[in-house]
Design a protein around this ligand. Structure first.
Ligand code: C2E
Ligand code: CA
Ligand code: CA
Length: 791
């Protein structure tokens, strides 16, 4: 009896349908059947003993590890004890009086077995395989239920046969065996169908073009598909290694750090169709695992699908990279990496489209001076290096999102956008050209790069083509005038001048004294008192009416008639000063001087001669100079200015802030006065940058002891703001427009509010409190009181 029972236990425990979960294996055995039969026919204690002995034999036979052996034996003996006790409690005795009475107690004992078995085994399997307990309980529940029923039926049938017809027992083993085979076939078939479906979904999921998505999906899906603890994809070429499990990617690097999960590693090489080595796919497990044949086949299929996906994604990435490279090359200059003309035009057009909301768009065109000489004397390689350096400097000096482009040769462009005011463009341009000024080191040689810049503000029509043309016009004006920077002025556009064809009229104009001079008062910003007047030339053309200076000045300068013109303006200015003096208004007059006059060594002599002829002290004359390259470069200019200064004539730097306004110029040419360009005054209320330029000019004036005059003051708030910044004097439409000398005299007589000599109410008259501007120097500006700088 005992031998028979032990034998049954051994057989039932060795016939199995194994299912692998990660590295743990769950097996369906016939244990319960053997146990139920055993406790039904023999006392429970016998059966406990037999189970222990039987399983010990199985453990020996299968060479199970100790921990597994202990677990299996204790679990099963516990189950036997519990089920046997249940049966006894239900009043079981063998053989039972009626077959029908058997079913209920046996079912109860079987239920105890099953519940105990599942309750103990499933959590242990879940923990060993690191999967969720809930998933283990719900997995294949239908098949498991069928399995229980099948095993119960076999147990009951065996007992019935044992009771009624013992010889029929020979039918039990074949019956059990065929049931077992049918059952394990079902289990396998289902697992297989599931695996193929998973594989199909997985290969679908790999069908994406992003290489990251491919690798991450592959890792997660393979972990699921092969119930692996970790999956690793290592790419041969890039040395990229991606690792993870079904939940997350845990490692993704271009170097390989050994994995900690290495109890069993199943590698598969990934080879392209052409035999190229793409990399390795590895399944990693925490325990010993051997893949079934079906799994091995799945793995090969998966690896080949992954291989294709990786190649597709790489090809796609390469295609993208090439397309991007082409797009970059099409929009950039190969030598310097800057944007090219086409890119500039595109970006400009884009910004012109939105400029209403985004501020002013302006273009600076930069042309290197003497670049050809660098190329000719040092060679093209040196020339290239200069261009690269220039590009680099522009790139670093540029403001925010302003676009730097190389248009070709030694021509560069900067597209300013979102400018608070047009005048700011000149300021930014100045900073950029200053950045180029620093000598460039070439094979131990220091080369000074000089450049001219032309600025144009976006036109209302004509788009980028017109903007580029205007900047070009401005640049040539700058070059011609020997200025570092010029801003496009429609009046000076040669396209306009050509139509005017003033050249032929000039000689007659000088002879017939068609040039007259208007005077614009310069006012003490605080008191409103007139402190000087600026002479502004006008051409009373018999056919065209009054022509503004900007329209004819260039023609005059080029015609050879400049000295005659300048003398006529000076003459009329000095006459005016004398008429005002005689009326008791001792005002100096400011006369604009063309840069070209400064190249004329006879100029100082003729000025002093005019002063003597009109019997005026030299300090009644202020000469306004525009900041030009000529100013700082040529010796003759130094001599001319030196003579004028030494004679006591006052010098002012006009349009300060827009040109060659470095401190070094100021130290070379010691002037007495700075005139802040109208553009900054116009923009000061809306632009912090413009306000900063004004503030620093005023500060500069204060520290060098120069007077500062603001041009283009058009409103009371501008006047007050300038005064509060410490700017002492100003001129502009707020006070008066340029007018004939006689009209100015009448205005001086009349005065503001009956105070002769003033053109505006004093600022502190407006309120009860007397306000003094924070940085003001003593009193109203009078030229005769200006301190002189050491020469
Ligand atoms: P500038 O020396 O900057 O002269 C100031 C210009 O601003 C003048 O234009 C004047 O009429 C204008 N202006 C003054 N206040 C305001 C204001 O509040 N708002 C506005 N919008 N404009 C104001 P103008 O008379 O057309 O002279 C233009 C330029 O021509 C002068 O600029 C000066 O550079 C040059 N210029 C004028 N007369 C002579 C001259 O006799 N000889 C030389 N070489 N250049 C001259
Ligand atoms: Ca001026
Ligand atoms: Ca000016």
């Amino acid at each position: 009896m005992v031998a028979a029972l032990v034998f049954t236990v051994v057989i039932s425990a060795t016939v199995k349908a194994p299912i692998r979960i990660r590295s743990a294996t769950q097996a369906i055995t016939w244990n319960e059947t053997a146990i139920v039969i055993g406790i039904a026919v023999a006392p429970t204690s016998w059966m406990v003993l037999c189970t222990g002995i039987g399983l010990a034999i199985v453990v020996r036979l299968l060479h199970l590890p100790l921990i597994k052996a202990v677990f299996t034996i204790s679990k099963n003996t516990l189950m036997v004890a519990a089920a046997g006790t249940t049966l006894t409690a239900l009043g079981w005795s063998w053989p039972p009086s009626e077959v029908q009475r058997m079913v209920v107690p046996l079912a109860a004992a079987f239920a105890v077995l099953v519940v105990l078995d599942e309750a103990i085994a499933i959590p242990v399997i879940a923990i060993a395989s690191r999967t969720k307990i809930r998933n283990q309980f719900s997995a294949n529940w239908d098949l498991r239920l069928i399995g229980f029923l099948m095993r119960f039926v076999v147990a009951v049938s065996t007992l019935v046969l044992l009771m009624v017809e013992t010889w029929l027992l020979v039918a039990v083993p074949p019956l059990a065996l065929s049931l077992h085979l049918a059952y394990s076939t079902r289990v396998r078939a289902r697992a297989e169908r599931q695996a193929w479906q998973d594989l199909a979904h997985t290969t679908d999921a790999l069908n994406v073009v992003d290489i990251n998505a491919v690798l991450h999906t592959a890792v997660a899906r393979a972990a699921n598909l092969f119930s692996a603890d970790e999956v690793e994809v290592e790419l041969r070429e890039s040395r990229r290694t991606v690792r993870g499990n079904s939940e997350a990617v845990t490692y993704d690097c271009f170097t390989t750090k050994p994995s900690t999960i290495d109890a069993s590693v199943i590698p598969i090489e990934m080879k392209g169709h052409d035999g190229s080595d793409i990399g390795v796919l590895r399944l990693r497990f925490r325990g010993p695992v051997k893949l079934s044949e079906r799994e091995q086949y799945t793995l090969r299929t998966f690896a080949s699908a992954l291989c294709t996906a990786i190649r597709n994604a790489s090809a796609y990435a390469e295609l993208n990279r090439v397309a991007e490279e082409h797009a970059h090359a099409a929009a950039h200059d190969a030598l310097t990496g800057l944007a090219n003309r086409r890119h500039l035009l595109d970006r400009g057009a884009e910004q012109l489209g939105q400029r209403r909301t985004e501020g002013v768009v302006a273009l600076l065109l930069i042309d290197l001076n003497h670049f050809k000489e660098v190329n000719d004397t040092l060679g093209h390689a040196a020339g290239d290096r200069v261009l690269i350096q220039v590009a680099e400097r522009l790139r670093t000096a540029v403001h925010g999102e302003d676009l730097v482009a190389r248009l070709g040769g030694d021509e560069f462009a900067v597209l300013f956008h979102g400018l608070p005011a047009p005048a700011v463009a000149a300021h930014r341009a100045e900073a950029l050209l200053t950045a180029l000024h620093e000598p460039i080191e070439l094979d131990g040689m220091r080369i000074s790069v000089e450049a001219s810049g032309g600025i144009a503000v976006a036109p209302s029509s004509g788009g980028m083509t017109e903007l580029l043309r205007r900047a070009d016009v401005a640049m040539y004006q700058a070059k011609r005038a020997g200025r570092r920077i010029a801003t496009y002025a429609p009046a000076r556009d040669t396209a306009d001048l050509g139509r005017l064809s003033l050249g032929g009229d000039l000689r007659r104009a000088v002879a017939d004294q068609e040039f007259t001079v208007n005077f614009q008062p310069i006012v003490d910003l605080g008191s409103g008192e007139v402190v000087a007047a600026e002479a502004l030339a006008r051409w009373r053309h018999p056919a065209r009416g009054t022509i503004d200076p900007l329209r004819f000045l260039e023609t005059v300068e080029r015609s050879g008639l400049l000295p005659a013109f300048a003398e006529a303006v000076l003459d009329q200015s000095l006459i005016a000063v004398n008429t005002w003096r005689e009326a008791g208004f001792d005002l100096p007059v400011a006369v604009n001087v063309s840069p070209r006059s400064l190249l004329d060594a006879r100029f100082p002599g003729s000025v002093l001669a005019r002063l003597r002829a009109h019997d005026l002290p030299p300090d009644r004359l202020v000469l306004e100079l525009t900041e030009t390259l000529t100013l700082s470069q040529l010796e003759v200019v130094d001599q001319v200015l030196g003579q004028l200064r030494d004679a006591g004539i006052q010098l002012a730097l006009d349009d300060f802030g827009t040109g060659y306004s470095s401190l070094s110029v100021l130290s070379r040419i010691p002037v007495h006065e700075l005139k802040i360009d109208r553009g900054f005054v116009t923009a000061m209320e809306t632009s912090a940058e413009a306000a900063a330029v004004i503030r620093s000019t005023v500060d500069l004036g204060r520290s060098l002891n120069l007077s500062v005059v603001a041009e283009g003051v058009e409103s009371e708030p501008q006047r007050r703001a300038l005064w509060e910044l410490g700017c002492a004097a100003g001129q502009g439409h707020l006070f008066a427009r340029p007018m004939p000398a006689a009209r100015l005299l009448a205005a001086l007589h009349q005065g503001a509010g009956g105070r002769p000599g003033t053109l505006a109410p004093a600022l502190h008259d407006e309120g009860a409190v007397v306000r003094l501007s924070p940085g003001r120097r003593s009193g109203p500006r009078r030229v005769e009181r200006l301190p002189h700088l050491p020469a």
